[in-house]
Ligand binder design. Structure first.
Ligand code: URA
Length: 240
């Protein structure tokens, strides 16, 4: 919207004429950036100014996009009557803006969780046909080898569906433990754990280190807003 007269902005953003908007300003019903505004002709930057009419925002709040590092032991849910959820770890101001997790990580899984109040983008990113890649670091209870890599690449048969091809990279493998990185484009319930179980392995720890083009770079329990470039890359992924 850019720079605009206050009365024009009020008229454009609500069902009222310029005259009515000017009257509301003169009557002291409007604040700009926390200060009373009495001049209808005043110009302001609609992209940054906080304009309230009778205490209510006149302009749409911009969407929020956050990278959050989920710790183990918290649920990926908006709220829960007993257990702590990821939302309990965010400040009240963000919770009030209806920011929600995009997809789920199990209670014992750690790592990158995207949170946003842009419901349409969230919906698109989760749509099965979008193929947003997710990357997990997996510690499992036994060795992994070339056959496992090939099985992941071919598409593992699970009890109710065949997993899409996934890339398994084995970093360490001994008789009683392996460390690997798995990249997959699906996100079905317990999918990584089920894929490992299909190869006779139990997942001991699971950590998501990337979601699409986002790479986790905040400490456990911390969050940061995404940059404009990161948001643009997610939007591009959601179109694909
Ligand atoms: N796959 C799982 O099994 N669990 C998660 O939390 C994420 C992917």
């Amino acid at each position: 919207m850019g720079w605009i007269r206050l009365d024009k902005l009020l008229a454009q953003s609500g069902e009222r004429s310029r005259t009515e908007a000017a009257r509301l300003v003169r009557a002291g019903c409007v604040t700009v950036d926390g200060q009373p505004a009495r001049d209808p002709a005043r110009k302001l930057d609609a992209d940054t100014a906080a304009v309230l009419l009778n205490g209510q925002p006149v302009l749409d709040e911009p969407y929020r996009y956050l990278m959050f590092h989920k710790p183990a032991g918290v649920l990926t849910a908006a709220r829960d009557r007993k257990a702590k959820t990821v939302m309990d770890l965010l400040p009240e101001a963000l919770r009030r803006r209806d920011v929600l997790p995009v997809g789920r990580l199990d209670k014992d899984t750690t790592g990158l969780l995207l949170l946003t109040n842009d419901g349409e983008l969230a919906h698109r990113l989760l749509a099965p046909q979008r193929h947003v890649w997710k990357e997990y670091r997996v510690v499992a209870d036994g060795p992994l080898g070339r056959e496992d890599v090939e099985a992941f690449e071919t598409g593992l048969e699970l009890s109710d569906f065949t997993a899409k091809p996934a890339k398994l990279t084995v970093l360490e493998s001994t008789e009683d433990r392996s460390v690997s990185v798995v990249c997959l484009s699906e996100g079905k319930f317990h999918q990584v754990k089920r894929m490992f179980a299909a190869r006779g392995r139990e997942v001991l720890t699971l950590h998501r280190q990337a979601f699409g083009s986002l790479v986790l770079d905040v400490e456990e329990g911390a969050y940061r807003p995404l940059t404009l470039q990161e948001i643009a890359a997610l939007r591009a992924a959601a179109q694909g």
